[in-house]
Design a protein around this ligand. Structure first.
Ligand SMILES: *[C@@H]1O[C@H](CO)[C@@H](O)[C@H](O)[C@H]1NC(C)=O
Ligand SMILES: *[C@@H]1O[C@H](CO)[C@@H](O)[C@H](O)[C@H]1NC(C)=O
Ligand SMILES: *[C@@H]1O[C@H](CO)[C@@H](O)[C@H](O)[C@H]1NC(C)=O
Length: 245
């Protein structure tokens, strides 16, 4: 995903004149260093050069953006469509082809909510580990979620739970489930200043421990077959040796 950089840069329309170079967000929006946008939207940027017909160069995070010949002189446009997660924080700069210090730049701020809405039924065997995960990746970032069990805050100590948060995922886990302690309705709730409260529900049921693969009877069976074979050969051999005498 990252390497192929799903940026689709298209050629848009243009016209104008300013001092040095200046970037505008089309249509006509003022840009003060940052452009606020959302996932899947389109951002169109127009760079204008004061000098008529001056060659312009666009860069995304320092890497040159390839432009069609007719989109390189006087004014030049780039479109980011659709806007993706990896465009968050990306800086687009435009400079004169003959003097890179004559430049303007904008940074994208792509806001997106944490993806938490669906609910899940989880079935776990008695004494097996339980791990519940919540995606908390969002912009603006959210605080670690609140984990509840049957509508009360999860008692980490009582349930031998541990919680890890790595900035994009929160995990509630316990090493060996016990029906009395761990069965129930879990919720992870995240509060976003921009996107409101989001919740994910896990209905956890603990099933009886199934008997593991019966290894001992199989070994006993193999031994019996082997010994039977040995006895068969032995008795036969004793018959053979008897008749040879
Ligand atoms: C590039 O532009 C800057 C700012 O206008 C100017 O100070 C500098 O001399 C120019 N450099 C060249 C090589 O033209
Ligand atoms: C991006 O915009 C959001 C919402 O306006 C804001 O909370 C956040 O701080 C901004 N992020 C950056 C890096 O400017
Ligand atoms: C949670 O509620 C369910 C349904 O009322 C109940 O069966 C379960 O034992 C409760 N879990 C805990 C840990 O109290």
């Amino acid at each position: 995903m990252k390497s192929c950089c799903l940026l689709v840069l298209l050629i848009c329309g243009a016209q104008a004149q300013i001092q040095g170079v200046a970037i505008e967000a089309a249509p006509g929006a003022d840009v003060h260093g940052t452009i606020h946008t959302q996932l899947d939207k389109t951002v169109s940027l127009l760079c204008r050069a004061l000098e008529e017909g001056a060659e312009l160069v666009w860069r995304r995070n320092g890497a040159m953006v390839s432009l069609k010949a007719e989109n390189q002189r006087g004014n030049s446009s780039v479109c980011v469509t659709p806007v993706l997660h990896q465009d968050n924080g990306a800086t687009f700069s435009c400079h004169l082809g003959k003097n890179a210090t004559v430049q303007d730049a904008v940074t994208l701020n792509v806001t997106f909510p944490p993806v938490l809405s669906e609910s899940e039924d989880v079935s776990v065997e008695e004494k097996s580990p339980l791990v519940l995960s919540c995606e908390t990746f969002a912009n603006p970032p959210v605080s670690p979620p609140l984990w509840t069990l049957n509508d009360s805050t999860v008692d980490l100590l009582a349930g031998s739970f541990s919680v890890t948060n790595d900035g994009s995922t929160s995990r509630l886990s316990c090493g060996a489930v016990d029906r009395g302690l761990h069965e129930g309705r879990y919720q992870c709730t995240v509060d976003s200043p921009l996107h409101g409260t989001r919740t994910r529900v896990f209905r956890v049921t603990v099933t009886d421990k199934t008997t593991k693969f019966p290894l001992m009877p199989i070994i006993a069976g193999v031994v019996v077959v082997f010994l039977t074979g040995v006895f068969a050969i032995f008795s036969r051999w004793s018959k053979i040796t008897k008749c040879c005498k």
